[in-house]
Write a protein that binds this ligand. Structure first.
Ligand SMILES: Cc1cc2nc3c(=O)[nH]c(=O)nc-3n(C[C@H](O)[C@H](O)[C@H](O)COP(=O)(O)OP(=O)(O)OC[C@H]3O[C@@H](n4cnc5c(N)ncnc54)[C@H](O)[C@@H]3O)c2cc1C
Length: 461
């Protein structure tokens, strides 16, 4: 029970620093980024040290309490909050230290991408991560982590050197290629299933001057824009990365260049000439600015759903499907977002990490975005229907992070059977009672029926 957890933590720390009081702030703190998810935890706790995290984990395990772990709060299905359970906020663990000489960055398990960028970029370094600065490094890294630097330097997990993690028994462990290698394998793609990461150690990458261009094409030109851009980018070097955001208003194409500034114009300009109707421009940008350019579009407190998938390449059938989806888009902001992958992501062997889908050339994401709760049914239906149509054209494996529907057999499908079985064995070693079950859940080997289905638009059952 959550109240037993609170009693235990209060007895252990009478000054009451960890348990968040039921003040007016509680209502704000129970909320997460996606306003569709409206749950009421019994308690919110905010440990400030690894030992504090371990005390919460032990108390939750011994009291058999439902436990949510929250970093940035950006879980689409709302795994970082719950009804009647305990939410563990990691918002006190946001420090980022950068060793300029080695490029090693040690990042608190509650930090946001913006915290990491603001610490590293002034040194000419970056940890390859995502494209919205208020996303949490915790959830993003543990699922994989894709963004503008992925084609040059791989996923976020490919820059991960080790973690300090509290496992379900309350032990603080170090996992890396040398120490607890199975756990380290599972953590690179396996999500929050294996414990609470209190610190990530990354090898940051050198990032010099970068450039980007953004052009909007009319929807009527979607085939020329998407297929033309994919052909240009497919023949380009890994310093070049493109992404699309298609809505009922048009197709926004962004091209990013991280190679030599003297070649930026030649690399980017052709993306603005795919049809005569393009509107936009390109030029040098600050990497920090680029990393927060989409923050407003994906603001806190709006209503969201997401369904995504991998494809090897963009083809006519896929673009037909995207065109039909966005033509019926329920709001102006509802989008099909398509970032390019490949390059260094595919350099890593498929079996080297739990993340599955390294051979994908692109990811797609159907994402309705709306503000009025009365439109929930219509927007969720649009997302699920068009996501389902695109899924039928996509690879079997999937990315566990950018998904609103993660219950049922989704995890097994996403990882594929053989990796899923390996993940289940590792889960049985580190979390046999499935304490960490609010995630794309991997049930421990030998155990069934402990997963918590959490459909978007409904409470935690
Ligand atoms: C606006 C937006 C932009 C996004 N952009 C990208 C992108 O560019 N690239 C990309 O790859 N993904 C992207 N995503 C998907 C993102 O990776 C996932 O939503 C991710 O789960 C968010 O992590 P979080 O820490 O903010 O979420 P939270 O809701 O806090 O946590 C999500 C899950 O991770 C677990 N978790 C979080 N921190 C820890 C920790 N320290 N230890 C153990 N478990 C932990 C939680 O238990 C929970 O199950 C985006 C999502 C959103 C909403």
């Amino acid at each position: 029970m959550a109240s037993d957890v609170v009693d235990r933590l209060t007895a252990a720390d009478p000054s009451g620093g960890v348990v968040v009081p039921r003040s007016a702030d509680f209502d704000r703190r129970r909320r997460i980024w996606n306003a569709v998810v409206d749950r009421h935890p019994a308690a919110i706790v905010r440990p400030t040290t690894a030992d504090g995290v371990a005390a919460v984990v032990r108390a939750a395990a011994e009291c058999d309490a439902l436990l949510s772990v929250r970093c940035g709060g950006h879980s689409f299905p709302g795994h970082s909050t719950c009804d009647g359970g305990v939410v563990m906020e990691l918002s006190a663990l946001t420090s980022v230290s950068v060793d300029r000489a080695t490029g090693r960055c040690v990042v608190g398990g509650g930090a946001l991408l913006g915290d990491v960028d603001h610490a590293a970029v002034p040194h000419g370094l970056a940890v390859p991560a995502g494209v919205v600065s208020h996303t949490g490094i915790g959830g993003l890294t543990l699922g994989g982590g894709m963004g503008w630097l992925s084609r040059m330097h791989g996923l976020t997990i490919d820059s991960l050197v080790g973690v300090e993690i509290v496992t379900a028994d309350g032990a603080i462990r170090h996992a890396s290629a040398e120490s607890e290698p199975d756990l380290f394998w599972a953590l690179r793609g396996g999500g929050g299933n294996f414990g609470v990461v209190v610190a990530f150690e990354f090898q940051a990458r050198v990032v010099g001057p970068v450039s980007a261009g953004k052009w909007v094409y009319p929807l009527a030109d979607i085939h020329d824009a998407m297929l033309g851009a994919a052909e240009l980018a497919g023949g380009g070097p890994r310093e070049l990365t493109i992404s699309f955001s298609a809505t009922r208003l048009g197709v926004a194409l962004t091209a990013f260049w991280a190679g030599s500034p003297s070649r930026a114009d030649a690399a980017l300009a052709p993306f603005g000439r795919l049809t005569a109707a393009a509107a936009g421009r390109h030029g040098p940008v600050s990497f920090l600015d680029l990393q927060s350019r989409n923050d407003h579009h994906s603001a806190w407190g709006r209503r969201y759903y997401a369904k995504g998938g991998f494809v090897g390449r963009l083809d006519v059938a896929l673009v037909d499907c995207i065109a039909e989806a966005v033509a019926e888009g329920p709001t102006d902001d509802s989008e099909v977002y398509v970032p390019q992958l490949g390059g260094a992501v595919a350099d890593v062997d498929e079996d080297a990490t739990a993340y599955s889908g390294r051979e994908a050339g692109f990811y797609w994401l159907v994402e309705p975005i709306w503000d009025d709760a009365r439109a929930d049914a219509r927007c969720l239906e649009w997302g699920r229907r068009h996501g389902g149509r695109l899924a039928a054209l996509s690879m079997a494996t999937n990315y566990v992070n950018e998904q609103a529907d993660t219950a049922g057999d989704f995890p097994e499908q996403a990882y594929g059977s053989s990796k899923y079985q390996r993940l289940r064995s590792i889960k049985a070693r580190y979390d046999p009672a499935n304490l960490f079950r609010l995630n794309a859940n991997i049930e421990p080997a030998g155990v069934r029926g402990t997963a918590v289905p959490a459909p978007v638009g409904g409470p935690t059952p």
